[in-house]
Ligand binder design. Structure first.
Ligand code: FE2
Length: 462
């Protein structure tokens, strides 16, 4: 943190160590809870990679009915990545474990006064929420505050994580499992790797795959991860970006505490706390934190769309645009007609466009040759732009009057035969299973994956 000598002239601690002569400790900091090991699991080499969970139940009473009646169980998520030298599927699903950590033990429900207004719904507390309330010592998320009121900049996985698991409330991991479910239903072979491999290995982590799928909300990205995905795309890889508000925060695993993500919120963006003046640079790596957009690497540069708006109280759908008549996107919309509502159904409030939305913008770095083939409709007053999307508060910021409040579906080709397809909405994957998986969101997703798995190179338009 800044010290008594801080002049305000320098914002990067690396350039003026004398001005940063203080450390901010918090009585409720936690990195490693230090619990003794009670169970050790060796993963057999023939296990399929994927999202796994360890199910814990109380010690049996010896009576099956009584055991069931207790109904108590908990699930601990872990990821199994492919064994070294194992035969690889062509499709890699990237588990956004850095984002899962940033959200780990999110306690906004318990402590944020505006939570019901933020999410536009009644507050519901689960058993896990009550445990979190009663056991603050396990630590909260990078959305929460320390008890001295400062924002929590670190979150680690060396402690109980109550929310990133199956059957938890419908966010992050619970949403992402809807895409895995769809892959299983369709019989599409895949492997799972995580942000940790991408961060530690860079492009090497993706090099064996033809197609990369990123999930509903891959929000937190280190420099190595951004560059790793970009390198994959430019080496002929195909990237299906299934979510929104991804590739948003510039953050890092701490070099000295590699099980912790460090997030510095800066002074803009959709954020629940703000950095103190002079404290936007990461303590671990020194690089500027805050939004990738303000480091000149807006998500539009990577996947063609970037964060635009939030909508919690209702959902929208997509319609094809005029761009959809471009023969370059014919493969994606095969079987879909102009005027047909795409995704006006789904697990979450009946629509594929919802929660957080991304839009196309060449000025922010969307490739000029990208095709915006569909855009959202049905958003209204409850949809609002993220703060970095407006300079001045004026009437008409909401989705009823503001053309920037929308979700765009975008496709573009990359170097060496690669391509990117982005859906622009967190709720997108929550519509895949509708009508027994027979619906137009499922159809588009299947069309794109089928073409992306085909080795025939994509060609950049001349
Ligand atoms: Fe988020």
């Amino acid at each position: 943190m800044t010290g008594v000598h801080w002049t305000g002239d320098v914002h990067d601690w690396r350039l003026a160590p004398r001005e940063y002569g203080a450390i901010h400790f918090h009585s409720d900091d936690i990195y490693d809870c230090g619990w003794p090991v009670t169970l050790d699991l060796q993963i057999p080499a023939d296990w399929k990679s994927g999202f796994h969970a360890l199910r814990l139940r109380p010690v049996s009473t010896g009576n099956a009915d009584a055991d069931d009646a207790q109904g108590i169980e908990t699930l601990i998520t872990f990821f199994v990545t492919p064994a070294v030298n194992a035969k690889r599927a062509s499709l890699a699903v990237l588990a956004p474990s850095m984002t899962y950590m940033a959200y780990a033990n999110n306690a906004l429900r318990l402590h944020a006064v505006h939570f019901e207004v933020l999410t536009e719904r009644l507050l519901m507390l689960t058993g896990d929420d009550i445990y979190l309330q009663e056991h603050p010592e396990i630590g909260q998320s990078t959305y929460d505050h320390h008890i001295d009121g400062s924002g929590r900049a670190y979150s680690s996985w060396l402690r109980p994580v109550l929310n990133m698991r199956p059957r938890s409330s419908l966010g992050n991991l619970a949403i992402d499992t809807h895409f895995l479910d769809w892959l299983e239903e369709k019989g599409i072979d895949y492997e799972v790797i995580t942000d940790v491999e991408l961060d530690r290995q860079g492009p090497r982590a993706l090099a064996d795959y033809r197609v990369l799928a990123t999930l509903s909300h891959p929000e937190y990205y280190s420099e190595a991860m951004m560059n790793g995905v970009m390198a994959f795309q430019n080496a002929g890889g195909r990237h299906l970006a299934l979510g929104a508000n991804g590739f948003y925060w510039r953050c890092a695993f701490h070099p000295k505490a590699p099980a912790a993500v460090e997030v510095r919120r800066g002074i803009t963006g959709t954020r629940t706390w703000e950095s103190q003046p002079g404290e936007v640079h990461l303590a671990g790596t020194g690089e500027p934190g805050a939004l990738w957009r303000h480091s000149g690497f807006a998500p539009q540069k990577l996947i063609g769309v970037g964060f635009a708006a939030m909508v919690y109280d209702h959902a929208g759908y997509y319609l094809l645009t005029e761009g959809a008549s471009n023969p370059r996107v014919a493969f994606a919309i095969e079987g879909i007609s102009q005027g047909e509502r795409i995704g006006d159904y789904g697990v979450r409030i009946g629509g594929a466009v919802g929660i957080e939305l991304d839009r196309f913008d060449v000025a922010l770095g969307s490739p000029p040759h990208a095709v915006m083939l569909a855009t959202s409709h049905g958003l209204g007053p409850g949809s609002l732009p993220t703060p970095e999307e407006y300079r001045t508060t004026v009437h008409g910021l909401d989705g009823e009057q503001n053309a920037l409040v929308r979700a765009d579906m975008v496709f573009f080709e990359t170097a060496n035969g690669g391509a990117v397809f982005a859906t622009g909405s967190i709720s997108y994957v929550l519509s895949l299973s509708h009508n027994h998986y027979d619906n137009n969101i499922s159809r588009i997703t299947g069309n794109v994956i089928e073409r992306f798995l085909n080795p025939e190179p994509f060609e950049m338009p001349s």
